[in-house]
Design a protein around this ligand. Structure first.
Ligand code: ATP
Ligand code: MG
Length: 334
């Protein structure tokens, strides 16, 4: 299929751990769908991972190839998409510095996602890089002039900031950047196994995409359900049960029936969990095959990352020329 030359897709993930089924329904699935239509860039966000893991860079290094494998396993096709490493594209860092001059500290302090994450991060104080990561994210999106951004709901405040930065840049200098729009997943915020907030790789409440069938079943078995259900025939409350939300996400065709039998107390939690585990296993099975293929070919994975990073740099250089020109900082290199 001929790809649109007008629009570009960008999204990425912090390299803080293996990707999970929340990433799949929130964003990965859409990236896989969009890659046939648009030039798609997928970013291994190692710099953004440093905002909370600056004291553990070895962990980021350890996860880089794992997350790349997660992408390939989930169906990101290296023939259609570019996978690149954030820290290897210096233009992103350059843009971050330029943008940070006209973004106020107050705007960042009031960002609801930054607030929620700073509470959950375990960091004792607010760090400059952490507070500013939405600015860096604006650079991630604009360095390649991406317009379509498949993300989970937690990213919407950041997208709004990016749009503001693009407009402000245009007013201050010249309108050479483009405003992106979010494409939020069918399940914009998959609940965690612990029933507290969203599934998140750094909270230990996730089902990783590389789970074996046994791991998957055991994680689901231990998951929190409606605390009011002690005996099998106690009536349940699907709306507060993370397992029910997985039915909606992974076997929507059977969700109405589960809602009814849970509410009436005619299905027990263990039977309900088995059904959803089987559906998730059906999603993960083809991923296991693709993962095994690339796991046996580490040199190929490296080539894919090198090619993706080269393309990202090429786009970054083009944008930086325009940005410098717009700002009048193009002193003597032309
Ligand atoms: P961390 O805990 O390290 O921040 P995370 O699980 O929040 O990890 P990110 O790398 O921050 O994952 O997010 C990558 C992308 O996946 C973002 O677009 C985010 O919105 C989306 N995403 C993350 N968690 C979920 C979820 N539970 N449901 C839907 N989308 C999600
Ligand atoms: Mg996150």
């Amino acid at each position: 299929m001929e790809k649109s030359l007008k629009e570009r897709v960008l999204s990425g993930d912090r390299v803080t751990g293996r990707l999970h089924i929340g990433h799949y329904v929130g964003s990965l699935k859409h990236r896989v769908e969009l890659q046939s239509q648009y030039e798609t860039l997928v970013m291994l966000a190692d710099v953004q991972a440093l905002t909370t893991h600056f004291d553990r860079p070895e962990l980021i290094r350890g996860h880089l190839f794992d997350v790349a494998l997660d992408y390939l396993a989930a169906g990101i096709d290296p023939e259609k998409s570019f996978i690149f490493v954030q820290s290897m594209v210096p233009e992103i860092a350059e843009l971050t510095v330029f943008y940070s001059m006209f973004v106020t500290v107050n705007a960042l302090r009031h960002n609801p996602t930054v607030k929620a994450e700073s509470k959950g991060s375990g960091l004792d104080e607010m760090y400059y890089g952490f507070l500013g990561y939405p600015v860096s994210q604006a650079a991630d999106i604009t360095f390649c002039k991406a317009t379509i951004i498949p993300v989970g709901e937690d990213q919407l405040p950041h997208l709004e900031l990016t749009r503001k930065i693009v407009r402000r840049f245009g007013e201050l200098y010249r309108p050479v950047l483009v405003e992106p729009r979010a494409v939020v997943g069918d399940v914009p915020r998959l609940a965690g196994l612990d029933g507290h907030g969203k599934m998140s790789k750094s909270q230990g409440n996730a089902i990783a995409l590389d789970s074996s069938r046994e791991e998957l079943e055991s994680r689901i078995r231990k998951a929190v359900t409606d605390p009011a259900r002690v005996r099998k025939d106690d009536p349940g409350h699907p709306d507060i049960c993370p397992i029910y939300s997985y039915h909606e996400a992974f076997r929507p065709e059977g969700a109405a029936e589960i809602r009814e039998s849970c509410t009436k107390g005619t299905i027990g939690c263990s039977g309900c969990k088995k059904l959803v585990a089987a559906a998730i296993d059906g999603l993960l099975e083809p991923m296991r095959e693709r993962r095994a293929f690339y796991e046996q070919r580490p040199e190929r994975v490296k080539e894919i990352l090198l090619a993706g990073t080269d393309r990202a740099r090429e786009l970054g250089k083009e944008t930086m020329l325009e940005v410098r020109e717009a700002m009048g900082l193009d002193y003597f290199f032309r």
